[in-house]
Design a protein around this ligand. Structure first.
Ligand code: HEC
Ligand code: HEC
Length: 149
């Protein structure tokens, strides 16, 4: 079965146990949430799927126990994921925000942006066929025109 189908099933199971409390903060609905206390429980679970799992082609059980004890911190990957979240927040809030020359109004790194579908990303890449055009603020890049930016 496809990974995302299995993950959707797991999410449906968790949602069934918090029926009526989907929009309450994850920090009160769940037992051991340290970094996303104010996020609505349902949005928190969507993040578990899209950011925490899909970005690395993980099933929930790559970080969580098979026995449904979601609160347990026994799995190494869960502990690492919290450190990744902290690192990501630091990069975004302390460093990227200070790179004033960026065009993006809210530049940020995400799990997906680094991981690209794998827990161990390659440190090499194909040689590009053409150079990227030099960026000039007064002349929008062709791609930006196409996207209507
Ligand atoms: C890359 C690791 C990772 C993956 C994959 C992952 N989680 Fe999590 N999960 C975490 C971390 C880390 C926390 C704690 C977050 C915090 O402290 O803010 C957590 C917390 C939770 C909690 C709260 C449990 C409690 O009572 O404290 C639930 C429920 C949960 N995850 C469900 C899921 C589901 C469902 C999936 C699959 C769709 C999933 N997780 C995939 C890392 C992961
Ligand atoms: C700035 C880039 C970057 C971001 C953003 C990032 N990671 Fe990572 N992550 C890494 C690197 C580098 C490694 C180590 C890879 C290796 O060992 O080959 C890693 C490793 C991991 C591992 C351990 C994998 C393993 O099998 O050892 C987990 C789990 C993980 N990241 C989860 C996350 C989650 C969840 C997020 C988003 C909250 C995230 N990462 C965001 C760069 C990043």
């Amino acid at each position: 079965m496809r990974l995302d189908t299995l993950r959707k099933q797991a999410i449906a199971e968790v949602l069934a146990t918090i029926k009526g409390r989907e929009n309450e903060p994850a920090g009160t609905v769940f037992k051991n949430v340290k970094l996303h206390k104010d996020m609505p429980a349902k949005a928190f679970l969507e993040m578990m799927d899209v950011d925490y799992s899909r970005s690395m082609s993980f099933l929930c059980t790559n970080c969580h126990m098979e026995n449904g004890n979601w609160a347990s911190d026994e799995r190494k990957n869960k502990v690492i994921a919290r450190q990744m979240e902290r690192m990501q927040r630091d990069v975004n809030a302390k460093y990227l925000v200070n790179v004033k020359e960026l065009d993006d109004e809210i530049p940020k790194v995400t799990c997906t942006m680094c991981h690209r579908g794998t827990p161990h990303m390659p440190n090499t890449m194909d040689v590009p066929a053409q150079p990227v055009p030099q960026r000039r603020r007064d002349v929008p890049m062709p791609m930006q025109k196409v996207k209507g930016r």
